[in-house]
Design a protein around this ligand. Structure first.
Ligand SMILES: [Zn+2]
Length: 412
């Protein structure tokens, strides 16, 4: 171990970064903007420090002066606001079916997006080239100054090797065996690239752009082709050693359920994922081949939910069973982490939302350890289907705006 003086020495400039991001964060969170005096009161830095930092932020065009406020005695105060076009970020969601590329401003507003099918049976290297082409086209269409783009956040399905920036054999992306996505995309675009598992990116989106009243601890349950979760505890995203925290697919909720590839029975991966619901509906005769296109899961699920909505009892039983199982899995996670909100989203959530949100709250309490201490809120995300791409772009905002403890701890 190196001497502690090395660590202290490198911490000094880091401390400045930290104060700067605390100020940026406070301004960003205030819908009306804040004056320097209010910043001093709110953050507890000296007026001199606030003045120095805000001068620097104005020079970097990260904030702007937006009029005066205040009446009564004393000078009116100059209000400081985030400059939305001070920086931009690009978010990419690499879904096995669809790739979404979007451009976001510093306030988290999506300015431009491009969506296209992810080509199947295509080499990862070629797909990375296509992502780079999409990014270039997006920048061109948007006509923002490329120098103001902080970089690219890219969200593939897990598992990933986050320290290596690699995608490691996701079940539905064929041929992606330890593909160095981060470095390859950085080379193809000449921009910094961050890789985050899609479900974790969704949780990041919820922190930055969710619009729900702030809670510091929540779980994002992502219902896509598979079911995963992103975890936020005390305001920090929980990533784990390799960026794969939040794998909930093998929580067993029905020990008599179907066999899972993991060797157990009744995991939510084989009882609650859209594929299983469609298969169950086919087995019970609720769906047949003609009622949904070529066994297409998305179409099948939409049909199943529509039939349930029309009052078909078998269809409703299938959804209710899955909702109760999902509630059990959710309670395992919420008991473990003591969060007070579960946010649901992902491409297959929308058709399930109504029924699930009716069924789950009543089946949850008996499983909950902290039920007498605080409520548990179940909500739908307010972010669109782009939630993973939005979250990937938010990673860059986090780099610019987030007052993260790591900035103090990492002496590099
Ligand atoms: Zn399993």
């Amino acid at each position: 171990m190196r001497g502690s003086h090395v660590r202290r020495g490198t911490n000094l400039p880091r401390m400045g970064d930290f104060n700067q991001s605390v100020i940026l964060d406070a301004i960003r969170r205030s819908s009306e903007g804040l004056s320097r005096v209010e910043l001093v009161e709110l953050i507890g830095l000296s007026p001199q420090a606030v003045s120095n930092i805000t001068r620097r932020l104005l020079a970097e065009e990260l904030i702007v002066e937006a009029g005066k406020a205040g009446s009564g005695p004393g000078k009116p105060r100059t209000i400081l606001r985030i400059n939305p076009s001070g920086r931009f970020a690009i978010g990419v969601h690499l879904d096995p079916a669809v790739m979404t590329v979007l451009l976001m401003d510093l306030m988290g507003v999506v300015l431009q997006r491009r969506v296209r099918e992810t080509p199947v049976e295509t080499e990862p290297a070629r797909i990375i080239e296509i992502i780079a082409d999409e990014v270039r086209a997006l920048i061109e269409e948007s006509s923002v100054d490329p120098a103001r783009i902080e970089g690219i956040g890219v969200a593939p399905p897990g598992p990933i090797d986050q320290p290596a920036g690699a995608v490691v054999d996701p079940p539905l992306l064929r041929g992606w065996s330890r593909v160095p996505l981060r470095d390859a995309l950085a080379e193809a675009t000449d921009m910094p690239v961050f890789v985050e598992k899609d479900v974790t990116a969704a949780a990041v989106a919820e922190i930055w752009a969710g619009g729900h009243e702030s809670t510091r601890s929540f779980v994002f349950v992502y219902i896509g082709t598979g079911i995963g979760s992103g975890i936020v505890v005390d305001g920090e995203v929980l990533r784990g050693t390799s960026g794969n925290a939040g794998e909930i697919g093998h929580i067993v909720t029905d020990s008599n359920g179907p066999e899972c590839s993991c060797g157990m029975r009744g995991c939510i991966a084989v009882t609650c994922d859209p594929q299983s619901l469609v298969r169950e509906a086919e087995a019970l005769g609720v769906l047949n081949g003609e009622r949904h296109r070529n066994g297409d899961v998305a179409d099948g699920l939409l049909r199943l939910c529509a039939i349930a909505e029309e009052g078909n009892e078998l269809a409703n039983e299938i959804l209710d069973r899955a909702a109760v199982r999902t509630a059990r899995a959710v309670s395992v996670v919420t008991n473990l982490l003591d969060v007070d909100r579960v946010v649901f989203g992902g491409p297959f959530w929308e058709p399930l939302a109504k029924r699930y949100l009716e069924v789950m709250p009543s089946s949850l309490p008996s499983y909950r350890a902290a039920r007498s201490i605080h409520p548990l809120e179940l909500v739908s995300t307010r972010i669109s289907d782009d939630v993973a791409a939005v979250g990937a772009a938010c990673l860059l905002l986090e780099q610019t705006l987030g007052p993260r403890a790591e900035r103090l701890m990492l002496a590099q």
